[in-house]
Design a protein. Sequence first.
Length: 123
Amino acid sequence: MPPLMKLSAITLDCPDPPALAAFYQQATGLDLHPRSGADFAALGHEDGLGIGFQRVENHRAPSWPDQSVPQQLHLCFAVGDLDEAEAALLELGAAKPDHQPQQDRWRVLTDPAGHPFCLVVGG
């Protein structure tokens, strides 16, 4: 049986969609959707998978690794070199939590809105 659905986008709640879209656009090279605006912005690629960013009033950033405000989800990105990618993303505005479970294998960073994401070596 063919699948009923195909994943088309992952959307993150945040306080400032254009700013978070700009961070991920610089980090991933994805294209900004032409109808992006103040309350919702999206990035996409010709493969069809997109990342959306929606404004949520009183957004509370995840508190990873503490779960007082759960992370709810996290994104993983393949990179060629962990150290190089980490340095570039920190320069773009990411943060690096003190807790790093296995930083020789992957790195946990947070985006400017506080969402955790992982960098893993791979294609």
